[in-house]
Design a protein around this ligand. Structure first.
Ligand code: IPM
Ligand code: MG
Length: 357
Protein backbone atom coordinates (compact mmCIF):
# COMPACT_ATOMS: atom_id res chain seq x y z
CA UNK A 1 0.00 0.00 0.00
CA UNK A 2 1.13 3.53 -0.79
CA UNK A 3 1.25 6.42 1.58
CA UNK A 4 -1.83 8.04 3.00
CA UNK A 5 -2.34 11.73 3.58
CA UNK A 6 -4.89 13.79 5.40
CA UNK A 7 -5.86 17.12 3.88
CA UNK A 8 -7.77 19.92 5.51
CA UNK A 9 -10.38 21.37 3.19
CA UNK A 10 -11.73 24.89 3.50
CA UNK A 11 -14.32 25.53 0.83
CA UNK A 12 -15.20 29.04 1.98
CA UNK A 13 -17.67 31.35 0.26
CA UNK A 14 -18.93 32.26 -3.20
CA UNK A 15 -17.48 29.96 -5.84
CA UNK A 16 -15.23 28.35 -3.19
CA UNK A 17 -17.27 25.14 -2.77
CA UNK A 18 -17.58 24.51 -6.54
CA UNK A 19 -13.92 24.97 -7.34
CA UNK A 20 -12.67 23.01 -4.32
CA UNK A 21 -14.96 20.08 -5.24
CA UNK A 22 -13.24 19.88 -8.63
CA UNK A 23 -9.79 20.01 -7.07
CA UNK A 24 -10.82 17.07 -4.84
CA UNK A 25 -12.10 15.27 -7.93
CA UNK A 26 -8.65 15.69 -9.52
CA UNK A 27 -6.76 14.81 -6.32
CA UNK A 28 -8.74 11.55 -6.12
CA UNK A 29 -7.77 10.80 -9.72
CA UNK A 30 -4.02 11.24 -9.07
CA UNK A 31 -4.23 9.31 -5.80
CA UNK A 32 -5.72 6.31 -7.61
CA UNK A 33 -3.27 6.59 -10.46
CA UNK A 34 -0.13 6.93 -8.36
CA UNK A 35 -1.16 4.60 -5.55
CA UNK A 36 -1.59 6.78 -2.49
CA UNK A 37 -4.58 7.59 -0.32
CA UNK A 38 -6.02 10.96 0.58
CA UNK A 39 -8.62 11.60 3.25
CA UNK A 40 -10.26 14.96 3.74
CA UNK A 41 -11.55 16.91 6.71
CA UNK A 42 -13.58 20.07 6.20
CA UNK A 43 -13.13 23.25 8.23
CA UNK A 44 -15.03 26.53 8.32
CA UNK A 45 -13.56 29.94 7.51
CA UNK A 46 -14.85 33.32 6.38
CA UNK A 47 -18.51 34.04 5.69
CA UNK A 48 -19.49 30.39 5.98
CA UNK A 49 -17.95 30.36 9.47
CA UNK A 50 -19.62 33.65 10.45
CA UNK A 51 -23.02 32.29 9.44
CA UNK A 52 -22.55 29.10 11.41
CA UNK A 53 -20.53 30.19 14.45
CA UNK A 54 -20.56 34.01 14.55
CA UNK A 55 -16.79 34.37 13.97
CA UNK A 56 -14.71 34.19 10.77
CA UNK A 57 -12.08 31.83 12.22
CA UNK A 58 -13.55 29.32 14.70
CA UNK A 59 -11.29 27.65 17.26
CA UNK A 60 -12.04 24.21 15.73
CA UNK A 61 -10.50 25.40 12.47
CA UNK A 62 -7.38 26.68 14.24
CA UNK A 63 -6.95 23.38 16.09
CA UNK A 64 -7.91 21.21 13.13
CA UNK A 65 -5.59 22.66 10.50
CA UNK A 66 -2.59 22.00 12.70
CA UNK A 67 -3.29 18.26 12.63
CA UNK A 68 -3.43 17.69 8.87
CA UNK A 69 -0.67 17.32 6.29
CA UNK A 70 -1.73 20.38 4.28
CA UNK A 71 -4.76 22.58 3.71
CA UNK A 72 -6.53 23.24 0.43
CA UNK A 73 -8.61 26.38 0.45
CA UNK A 74 -11.10 27.91 -2.02
CA UNK A 75 -11.98 31.56 -1.42
CA UNK A 76 -13.76 33.73 1.13
CA UNK A 77 -15.81 36.90 1.37
CA UNK A 78 -18.82 38.50 -0.28
CA UNK A 79 -21.18 41.47 -0.03
CA UNK A 80 -23.23 39.73 2.62
CA UNK A 81 -20.43 40.20 5.18
CA UNK A 82 -18.93 43.49 3.92
CA UNK A 83 -20.51 45.71 6.53
CA UNK A 84 -19.35 43.82 9.58
CA UNK A 85 -16.75 45.29 11.89
CA UNK A 86 -13.22 44.75 10.56
CA UNK A 87 -12.25 41.99 13.03
CA UNK A 88 -15.41 40.06 12.22
CA UNK A 89 -15.05 40.20 8.45
CA UNK A 90 -14.16 37.09 6.43
CA UNK A 91 -10.78 38.61 5.39
CA UNK A 92 -9.79 38.97 9.04
CA UNK A 93 -10.37 35.24 9.43
CA UNK A 94 -7.99 34.48 6.57
CA UNK A 95 -5.30 36.83 7.89
CA UNK A 96 -5.61 35.31 11.36
CA UNK A 97 -5.42 31.81 9.89
CA UNK A 98 -2.18 32.63 8.03
CA UNK A 99 -0.74 34.00 11.27
CA UNK A 100 -1.92 31.00 13.34
CA UNK A 101 -0.46 28.56 10.83
CA UNK A 102 2.76 30.57 10.59
CA UNK A 103 2.76 30.44 6.79
CA UNK A 104 5.10 33.36 6.25
CA UNK A 105 6.12 32.56 2.68
CA UNK A 106 3.54 33.09 -0.03
CA UNK A 107 4.51 31.71 -3.43
CA UNK A 108 2.56 33.14 -6.33
CA UNK A 109 3.65 31.93 -9.73
CA UNK A 110 2.67 33.97 -12.77
CA UNK A 111 3.00 31.85 -15.85
CA UNK A 112 1.61 32.46 -19.29
CA UNK A 113 0.12 29.41 -20.98
CA UNK A 114 0.98 29.47 -24.69
CA UNK A 115 -2.50 28.20 -25.47
CA UNK A 116 -4.01 31.31 -23.88
CA UNK A 117 -1.54 33.84 -25.11
CA UNK A 118 -4.38 35.88 -26.59
CA UNK A 119 -6.14 36.14 -23.26
CA UNK A 120 -3.52 38.59 -22.04
CA UNK A 121 -4.25 42.27 -22.51
CA UNK A 122 -0.57 42.69 -23.40
CA UNK A 123 0.97 41.90 -26.79
CA UNK A 124 1.81 38.21 -27.29
CA UNK A 125 5.50 39.01 -27.81
CA UNK A 126 5.67 40.71 -24.43
CA UNK A 127 4.13 37.85 -22.45
CA UNK A 128 5.08 34.68 -24.36
CA UNK A 129 7.21 32.51 -22.08
CA UNK A 130 6.69 34.58 -18.92
CA UNK A 131 7.46 32.49 -15.84
CA UNK A 132 7.72 34.53 -12.66
CA UNK A 133 7.58 33.45 -9.04
CA UNK A 134 6.47 36.17 -6.66
CA UNK A 135 7.61 35.37 -3.12
CA UNK A 136 5.52 37.53 -0.82
CA UNK A 137 6.13 37.85 2.91
CA UNK A 138 2.77 36.97 4.41
CA UNK A 139 2.67 37.26 8.17
CA UNK A 140 4.35 40.60 8.83
CA UNK A 141 4.65 44.11 7.45
CA UNK A 142 1.87 46.67 7.48
CA UNK A 143 -0.84 44.00 7.58
CA UNK A 144 0.11 43.05 11.12
CA UNK A 145 2.26 45.92 12.43
CA UNK A 146 1.43 47.57 15.75
CA UNK A 147 0.33 50.17 16.63
CA UNK A 148 -2.68 50.52 14.37
CA UNK A 149 -5.80 52.51 14.92
CA UNK A 150 -8.91 53.79 13.31
CA UNK A 151 -10.40 56.97 14.67
CA UNK A 152 -12.84 59.41 13.15
CA UNK A 153 -10.27 62.03 12.12
CA UNK A 154 -7.01 60.16 12.07
CA UNK A 155 -6.13 56.56 11.32
CA UNK A 156 -2.83 54.73 10.94
CA UNK A 157 -1.04 51.45 10.39
CA UNK A 158 2.60 50.57 10.95
CA UNK A 159 4.97 48.81 8.58
CA UNK A 160 7.39 46.76 10.67
CA UNK A 161 9.91 44.11 9.68
CA UNK A 162 12.51 42.49 11.88
CA UNK A 163 15.86 41.28 10.63
CA UNK A 164 14.76 37.72 11.29
CA UNK A 165 11.53 38.05 9.31
CA UNK A 166 13.37 39.50 6.34
CA UNK A 167 16.14 36.90 6.43
CA UNK A 168 13.79 33.92 6.47
CA UNK A 169 11.70 35.11 3.51
CA UNK A 170 14.86 36.02 1.59
CA UNK A 171 16.16 32.47 2.13
CA UNK A 172 12.95 31.03 0.73
CA UNK A 173 13.33 33.22 -2.36
CA UNK A 174 16.98 32.29 -2.92
CA UNK A 175 16.27 28.58 -2.43
CA UNK A 176 13.54 28.76 -5.05
CA UNK A 177 15.78 30.73 -7.41
CA UNK A 178 18.39 27.95 -7.16
CA UNK A 179 15.83 25.59 -8.69
CA UNK A 180 14.90 28.09 -11.40
CA UNK A 181 16.84 30.67 -13.38
CA UNK A 182 18.95 31.78 -10.38
CA UNK A 183 17.84 35.42 -10.41
CA UNK A 184 16.20 37.26 -7.51
CA UNK A 185 14.78 40.76 -7.71
CA UNK A 186 14.06 42.21 -4.28
CA UNK A 187 11.37 44.88 -4.34
CA UNK A 188 11.15 47.62 -1.73
CA UNK A 189 10.81 51.38 -1.27
CA UNK A 190 14.23 51.99 0.23
CA UNK A 191 14.39 55.54 -1.15
CA UNK A 192 11.62 56.53 1.27
CA UNK A 193 11.06 53.94 4.00
CA UNK A 194 13.39 52.91 6.84
CA UNK A 195 11.75 49.51 6.94
CA UNK A 196 12.84 49.03 3.32
CA UNK A 197 16.37 50.16 4.12
CA UNK A 198 16.66 47.28 6.60
CA UNK A 199 14.97 44.96 4.10
CA UNK A 200 17.63 45.73 1.51
CA UNK A 201 20.53 45.29 3.94
CA UNK A 202 19.30 41.93 5.14
CA UNK A 203 18.56 40.63 1.64
CA UNK A 204 22.13 41.60 0.67
CA UNK A 205 23.46 39.62 3.63
CA UNK A 206 21.44 36.52 2.82
CA UNK A 207 22.59 36.76 -0.80
CA UNK A 208 26.16 36.11 0.30
CA UNK A 209 25.20 32.49 0.99
CA UNK A 210 23.97 32.13 -2.60
CA UNK A 211 26.89 33.21 -4.81
CA UNK A 212 25.31 31.60 -7.87
CA UNK A 213 22.17 33.71 -7.63
CA UNK A 214 22.12 37.12 -9.25
CA UNK A 215 20.47 39.67 -6.95
CA UNK A 216 18.95 42.95 -8.07
CA UNK A 217 16.87 45.55 -6.20
CA UNK A 218 13.96 47.56 -7.51
CA UNK A 219 11.68 50.19 -6.03
CA UNK A 220 8.10 49.02 -5.96
CA UNK A 221 6.76 51.72 -8.28
CA UNK A 222 9.37 50.87 -10.88
CA UNK A 223 8.70 47.15 -10.41
CA UNK A 224 5.00 47.68 -11.16
CA UNK A 225 5.98 49.47 -14.35
CA UNK A 226 8.61 46.90 -15.36
CA UNK A 227 6.14 44.03 -14.87
CA UNK A 228 3.97 45.50 -17.58
CA UNK A 229 6.80 46.81 -19.76
CA UNK A 230 9.04 43.77 -19.94
CA UNK A 231 7.86 40.95 -17.65
CA UNK A 232 10.34 38.42 -19.00
CA UNK A 233 13.18 40.20 -17.17
CA UNK A 234 11.94 38.64 -13.90
CA UNK A 235 12.59 35.21 -12.48
CA UNK A 236 11.97 35.36 -8.70
CA UNK A 237 10.59 38.52 -7.07
CA UNK A 238 10.84 38.75 -3.29
CA UNK A 239 8.96 41.45 -1.43
CA UNK A 240 7.00 42.39 1.67
CA UNK A 241 3.36 41.75 2.43
CA UNK A 242 1.56 44.72 0.91
CA UNK A 243 3.90 45.21 -2.07
CA UNK A 244 3.54 41.49 -2.79
CA UNK A 245 -0.23 41.72 -2.56
CA UNK A 246 -0.29 44.42 -5.20
CA UNK A 247 2.44 43.12 -7.49
CA UNK A 248 1.09 39.56 -7.51
CA UNK A 249 -2.29 40.79 -8.74
CA UNK A 250 -0.57 42.74 -11.50
CA UNK A 251 1.66 39.78 -12.39
CA UNK A 252 -1.34 37.44 -12.50
CA UNK A 253 -2.94 39.50 -15.22
CA UNK A 254 0.01 38.87 -17.53
CA UNK A 255 -1.56 35.45 -18.01
CA UNK A 256 -4.86 36.99 -19.00
CA UNK A 257 -7.06 35.28 -16.47
CA UNK A 258 -6.87 35.38 -12.73
CA UNK A 259 -8.79 32.09 -12.84
CA UNK A 260 -5.68 30.13 -13.76
CA UNK A 261 -3.10 30.84 -11.12
CA UNK A 262 -2.44 28.94 -7.90
CA UNK A 263 -0.60 29.96 -4.75
CA UNK A 264 1.08 28.35 -1.80
CA UNK A 265 1.51 29.74 1.70
CA UNK A 266 4.36 27.85 3.26
CA UNK A 267 7.29 28.14 5.63
CA UNK A 268 5.58 26.33 8.49
CA UNK A 269 4.79 22.70 9.26
CA UNK A 270 1.43 22.79 7.48
CA UNK A 271 1.00 24.80 4.28
CA UNK A 272 -2.09 26.50 2.89
CA UNK A 273 -2.82 26.22 -0.82
CA UNK A 274 -5.31 28.44 -2.57
CA UNK A 275 -6.16 30.00 -5.93
CA UNK A 276 -5.07 33.61 -6.12
CA UNK A 277 -8.50 34.82 -7.19
CA UNK A 278 -11.35 35.66 -4.87
CA UNK A 279 -14.79 34.24 -4.15
CA UNK A 280 -16.54 35.84 -7.18
CA UNK A 281 -19.96 36.11 -5.47
CA UNK A 282 -21.50 37.40 -8.73
CA UNK A 283 -21.15 34.00 -10.40
CA UNK A 284 -21.39 31.73 -7.34
CA UNK A 285 -23.60 28.69 -7.62
CA UNK A 286 -24.00 28.95 -11.38
CA UNK A 287 -21.49 26.22 -12.17
CA UNK A 288 -19.51 28.45 -14.52
CA UNK A 289 -16.46 29.21 -12.36
CA UNK A 290 -13.01 28.23 -13.57
CA UNK A 291 -11.60 25.53 -11.25
CA UNK A 292 -8.14 25.51 -12.88
CA UNK A 293 -6.43 27.80 -10.34
CA UNK A 294 -7.63 25.60 -7.49
CA UNK A 295 -6.65 22.42 -9.31
CA UNK A 296 -3.21 23.94 -9.94
CA UNK A 297 -3.07 24.80 -6.21
CA UNK A 298 -3.68 21.12 -5.46
CA UNK A 299 -0.70 20.36 -7.73
CA UNK A 300 1.45 22.81 -5.75
CA UNK A 301 0.31 21.10 -2.56
CA UNK A 302 1.42 17.71 -3.89
CA UNK A 303 4.74 19.15 -5.06
CA UNK A 304 5.76 21.35 -2.12
CA UNK A 305 4.09 19.65 0.82
CA UNK A 306 3.77 15.96 0.03
CA UNK A 307 6.70 15.49 -2.35
CA UNK A 308 4.42 13.69 -4.80
CA UNK A 309 6.21 15.15 -7.81
CA UNK A 310 4.85 12.74 -10.41
CA UNK A 311 1.28 13.40 -9.33
CA UNK A 312 1.89 17.16 -9.39
CA UNK A 313 3.40 16.94 -12.87
CA UNK A 314 0.43 14.86 -14.03
CA UNK A 315 -1.98 17.58 -12.94
CA UNK A 316 0.06 20.37 -14.52
CA UNK A 317 0.30 18.42 -17.78
CA UNK A 318 -3.43 17.69 -17.78
CA UNK A 319 -4.15 21.40 -17.34
CA UNK A 320 -1.94 22.22 -20.33
CA UNK A 321 -3.68 19.53 -22.35
CA UNK A 322 -7.24 20.74 -21.66
CA UNK A 323 -6.19 24.21 -22.67
CA UNK A 324 -4.44 22.93 -25.80
CA UNK A 325 -7.54 20.89 -26.67
CA UNK A 326 -9.66 24.02 -26.53
CA UNK A 327 -11.78 23.41 -23.44
CA UNK A 328 -12.65 26.71 -21.80
CA UNK A 329 -14.75 27.90 -18.88
CA UNK A 330 -16.70 31.12 -19.40
CA UNK A 331 -13.99 33.49 -18.16
CA UNK A 332 -11.63 32.40 -20.95
CA UNK A 333 -14.25 31.43 -23.53
CA UNK A 334 -13.26 34.24 -25.85
CA UNK A 335 -9.80 32.77 -26.40
CA UNK A 336 -9.56 29.99 -28.96
CA UNK A 337 -12.34 27.91 -27.39
CA UNK A 338 -13.41 24.70 -29.11
CA UNK A 339 -15.90 23.94 -26.38
CA UNK A 340 -17.17 26.00 -23.46
CA UNK A 341 -17.58 23.81 -20.40
CA UNK A 342 -18.91 24.13 -16.87
CA UNK A 343 -16.86 24.04 -13.69
CA UNK A 344 -17.72 20.36 -13.09
CA UNK A 345 -17.03 19.40 -16.70
CA UNK A 346 -13.63 21.06 -16.54
CA UNK A 347 -12.79 19.09 -13.38
CA UNK A 348 -13.99 15.84 -14.95
CA UNK A 349 -12.02 16.37 -18.16
CA UNK A 350 -8.81 17.04 -16.23
CA UNK A 351 -9.43 14.02 -13.97
CA UNK A 352 -10.08 11.82 -17.03
CA UNK A 353 -6.89 12.94 -18.75
CA UNK A 354 -4.99 11.92 -15.65
CA UNK A 355 -6.70 8.53 -15.31
CA UNK A 356 -6.14 7.72 -18.97
CA UNK A 357 -2.61 9.07 -19.41
C1 IPM B 1 -4.76 38.06 -1.16
C2 IPM B 1 -5.95 38.85 -0.76
C3 IPM B 1 -5.91 39.02 0.76
C4 IPM B 1 -4.67 39.79 1.09
C5 IPM B 1 -7.14 39.69 1.37
C6 IPM B 1 -8.41 38.97 0.99
C7 IPM B 1 -7.03 39.80 2.85
O1 IPM B 1 -5.99 40.07 -1.43
O2 IPM B 1 -4.63 36.90 -0.72
O3 IPM B 1 -3.97 38.57 -1.95
O4 IPM B 1 -4.64 41.01 0.98
O5 IPM B 1 -3.68 39.15 1.46
MG1 MG C 1 -4.51 40.25 -2.93
Amino acid sequence: MGKSYKLGIIKGDGIGPEIVDEAINVLDAVATKFGFEISYEEFLLGGAAIDETGVPLPQETINGVKKVDAVLFGAIGGPKWDNLERHLRPESGLLALRKEMGTFANLRPAIVYDELINASTLKPDVVRGVDIMVVRELTGGIYFGQPREYAQDRAYNTMVYTREEIARIAKVAFDIAMKRDKRVCSVDKANVLEVSQLWREVVEEVAKDYPEVELSHMYVDNAAMQLIREPKQFDVIVTGNIFGDILSDAASMLSGSIGLLPSASTGSKVGLYEPIHGSAPDIAGQGIANPIATIASAAMLLRYELDETEAADAIDNAIKKVLADGYRTGDIAAFDAKEVVSCTEMGNIIANYISKS
